[in-house]
Design a protein around this ligand. Structure first.
Ligand code: GAP
Length: 434
């Protein structure tokens, strides 16, 4: 399976999905750059998430808060004192490791480790030109912080009725001791998070509802459901704010690891921010006229881990027409390119003109279409298979009217079966619709 990971990493680099960060300078560990196809794939996933969990529901509000926040936010949330991983340093080679990921001896040189100490994972930075503690800020380690701090703003602007949620997609940063496994554990990554506010007595049913929603979303974006497993996180292993957590684990090529988390954060955060800021964050529940701090269910989705799970689920090797091939079996909704348009031959101006016209027309309706006239048709099919394009459309002499009955029809070749059908140009948009 490790082998599959290497193949995915190599395909991602070669075909422009994901590149190592700062590569021409030797890289920067824990950072990754999404190339032209990667950004389309990632945006498709984020847009589907936003549509499903914000736009199609009437109990959700969206938010896009600043990444830099007042340091007091992270003091109140417990991240300054408690958001740390255990660190050990090898006495001999001075390399550092996460204590829970190594044995008794240094895996690099066999040396002994010093004492285990706690290493805070937040990136510290300085705001403005002033030096000193007053100017310290942190890059947010989770997007959730911005949601809690805007809770009162949103309640005052929209008066949402409980239960309701606030959703946000954005970057988060963690100074991971050991970034690894491609985009799985990075230092800069993206999260899609929801804080769902409920009456204290209703947390269990909301938790259950979100558990189902997570599975439904996975299925909608083409994550292999047989590779997703729930793990009830034990008492001592949960984050400091959580009374119950389920991890949704996925069978990545490097092992079964956390894909998403679902946590019951109680009123921990609103209470902590109310005490530290002095702002009244209580909610007046109209039906009962009671004032209280709502409790929170938090589904938290890592965007990059989603991309990796989608890539892993889609990665397929098979045999087609007597040849082995590698392709990405993306579902239509997430595929970075929905269709590619080819002229049968590159050196026939009338074919090229017709194909180009069709390509430009389709692009207006479906922006994620691609033009390709390089090499023979077989090579073009292989290239499109490798990036997961569901359909290849070829303009040939029949399209031009060589067989009068077939004028203005094209061949549409299916990625998964390799089969072709002839379709009228007028019917293409509905064939390609997601
Ligand atoms: N607000 C809750 C929270 O941040 P978490 O389990 O620490 O909880 C949530 O993170 C999700 O963010 C994870 O399930 C994972 O998908 C993603 N994530 C966390 N650390 C990551 C990292 N270093 N690299 C990539 N994704 C990460």
């Amino acid at each position: 399976m490790e082998d599959v990971m290497e193949k995915i990493v190599s395909l991602c680099k070669r075909r422009g999905f994901i590149y190592p960060g700062s590569e021409i300078y030797g890289g920067l560990s824990g950072t990754w750059d999404y190339g032209p196809l990667g950004v389309e794939l990632k945006n498709n996933i984020k847009q589907l998430w936003w549509r499903t969990f914000v736009q199609e529901r009437d109990d959700m509000c969206g938010l896009d808060a600043a990444i830099l926040m007042n340091a007091k936010v992270w003091e109140a949330s417990g991240h300054v004192s408690g958001f740390s991983d255990p660190l050990v340093e090898c006495k001999k080679c001075k390399r550092r490791f996460r204590a829970d990921q190594v044995g008794d001896k240094c895996p690099e040189c066999g040396g002994n480790f010093g004492e285990v100490r706690q290493f805070n994972m937040m990136f510290k930075t300085q705001i403005g030109a002033t030096e000193g503690e007053g100017a310290v800020s942190y890059l947010r380690p989770e997007t959730a912080g911005g949601i809690f701090v805007n809770f009162k703003n949103i309640v005052d602007s929209f008066h949402p009725k409980l239960p309701f949620g606030i959703a946000q997609i954005g970057k988060a940063f963690r100074n991971e001791i050991a970034p690894r496994d491609f985009v799985f554990r990075a230092r800069e990554f993206e999260q899609m998070e929801i804080e769902y506010f409920v009456r204290p007595g209703e947390w269990e049913s909301a938790f259950e509802e979100w558990r189902q929603q997570v599975h439904a979303f996975n299925a909608a974006i083409g994550i292999d459901s047989s590779a997703v497993h729930e793990l009830e996180v034990a008492d001592g292993d949960r984050a400091h704010y959580s009374k119950r957590t389920i991890d949704f684990e996925f069978d990545f090529p490097f092992g079964r690891k956390e894909l998403y988390g679902l946590a019951y954060r109680t009123d921990f955060d609103l209470k902590a921010h109310m005490e530290a800021s002095g702002a009244d964050l209580t909610y007046l529940d109209e039906p009962t006229k009671e004032k209280f701090l709502p409790h929170v269910i938090e589904p938290s989705f890592g965007v990059d881990r989603t991309v990796l799970a989608v890539l892993t689920s889609a990665y397929t090797e098979d045999e087609l027409g007597g040849e082995t091939r590698t392709y990405l079996k993306f579902n239509k909704a997430v595929a970075p390119i929905k269709a590619a348009v080819f002229p049968l031959l590159k050196n026939k101006p009338e074919l090229v003109a017709k194909a180009r016209g069709l390509y430009l027309m389709l692009k207006k309706q479906i922006p994620q279409v691609m033009w390709d006239d390089n090499g023979n048709i077989g090579k073009r099919y292989r290239r499109q298979d490798e990036i997961g394009t569901p359909y290849c459309i070829t303009v040939d002499f029949d399209t031009l009217g060589e067989t009068p009955d077939l004028k203005d029809t094209v061949t549409v070749r299916d990625r998964d079966t390799g089969e072709q059908e002839r379709i009228a140009i007028a019917d293409l948009a509905s064939k390609l619709a997601v």
